[in-house]
Ligand binder design. Structure first.
Ligand code: NI
Length: 388
């Protein structure tokens, strides 16, 4: 097992990445992407391929001796963004862009599959390479993969996310919550319209909505410990058509992010209570749709230790303790059911030309990071399953 690092397919990984980048597909529409992945995987030895959910590809590699089962996951979907990045392999699809780096995730995992598929005799146990669609749009693609039973026999699951503004190839880990749970609510307030000169004849949904916004914003400050994490934001408040008519209805839409399950429940309960009491106080009625989104990705201590030990070998000192992120990720569906670790790969600093974050039209990464991510996958697999 000495020289696998000298045979890593760095050039191919970059080519695959650029192919994905030029041919992005939106969540739940990754037909060509998943077919391409399937075709590439078909050229590697010893893999058993399956497609348990729409647009997913699973490659199973069974070692020559029994042992643990691990899963390595890449998401493969792109975003509805018009690319403005300064690269010569720009998206060929107008309005669609790999602006979250899932093209790199898919390519790095293909590279790892290529390396590991040739090492069957050196492995005790099973590796499942999970190429997963639809990370960007709830309910997400991960939940369906879990529901299909892919994780049932998995001891540990690992996932990488690339982020610019960090030196290319730097590895960030942490134990506990890595991302937040994100829930979404939509409220329609039904009042009664009237002319602006006679508010006494109205039930003013704008006043009710304004009270609700103020009071929802107080939930975090008055009910959540300063040592805990929760954020509530209203992103939409729509009502009325003209300056002098009180409308019939108002609509509010917002998001709630939390990092522990108890606080998540508390926020949901208080939001319902606050809305109910305020609307009733003003004699209005309402409809509230509360959508439970992804839960928080929670990194297991043992799985994270495995990542850190692999990082010691691959990047040495180029590591940092990654702070919690209030974004959300459907990798949570995996850490909900098994021990997992989701870690960060630096995609290049501003000085490296990578100054725009994920989901920005100018999002760009330093491709030197790809070899590191690929080697992390391989090293993790070898550390858990390699014959001693
Ligand atoms: Ni992403």
């Amino acid at each position: 097992m000495t020289n696998w690092r000298e045979q890593i397919p760095t050039e191919e990984v970059i080519q695959w990445r650029r192919h994905f980048h030029q041919h992005p597909e939106l969540s739940f529409e990754e037909i060509e992407t998943s077919n391409y992945i399937y075709d590439v995987l078909s050229t590697f030895p010893n893999l058993e391929l399956s497609r348990p959910t729409t647009n997913s590809v699973i490659a199973k590699l069974t070692g020559s001796a029994p042992g643990k089962t691990i899963a390595l996951r890449a998401d493969i979907d792109a975003l509805p963004i018009e690319e403005e990045a300064d690269v010569d392999f720009k998206s060929k699809k107008p309005g669609i862009m790999h602006a979250c780096g899932h093209d790199t995730h898919a390519a790095m995992l293909l590279g790892a599959a290529k390396v590991l598929s040739g090492m069957k005799d050196q492995l005790s146990g099973v590796i499942k390479f999970i190429f997963q669609p639809a990370e960007e749009v709830p309910p997400g693609g991960a939940k369906a993969i879990v529901d299909a039973g892919v994780l049932d026999d998995v001891d540990y699951v690992f996932g990488i996310h690339i982020f610019p503004k960090l030196p290319a190839g730097m590895i960030g880990t942490n134990v506990g919550a890595m991302t937040a749970a994100q829930d979404i609510f939509e409220l329609k307030i039904q009042g009664k319209g009237s002319h602006g000169s006679t508010p006494e004849l109205s039930i003013d949904p704008i006043t009710i909505g304004a009270e609700i916004v103020t009071n929802l914003n107080n939930i975090v400050s008055r009910h959540v410990s300063a040592l805990d994490n929760a954020v509530l934001s209203i992103g939409q408040f729509t009502a009325g058509e003209v300056f002098n008519v009180i409308p019939d209805t108002a609509t509010l839409k917002g998001t709630v992010r939390t990092t522990n399950a108890e606080t998540r429940k508390l926020m949901k309960k208080r939001i319902h209570e606050v809305i109910d009491h305020i609307v009733k106080a003003y004699n209005g009625t309402y409809e509230l749709h509360y959508l439970d989104g992804y839960s928080a990705v929670v990194n297991h201590e043992v799985a994270t230790d495995i990542v850190r030990q692999a990082a010691d070998k691959i990047v040495g000192e180029q590591q940092f303790t990654c702070p919690k992120m209030m974004g959300s990720e459907d990798f949570a569906a995996y850490t909900d059911v098994t021990k997992g670790s989701f870690f960060v790969l630096g995609g290049g600093t501003e000085e490296e030309g990578c100054g725009y974050m994920n989901h920005h039209p100018k999002f760009k990464i330093n491709e030197d990071a790809l070899a590191v991510g690929m080697q992390m996958h391989v090293q993790i697999a070898l550390d858990v399953l390699g014959k001693k």
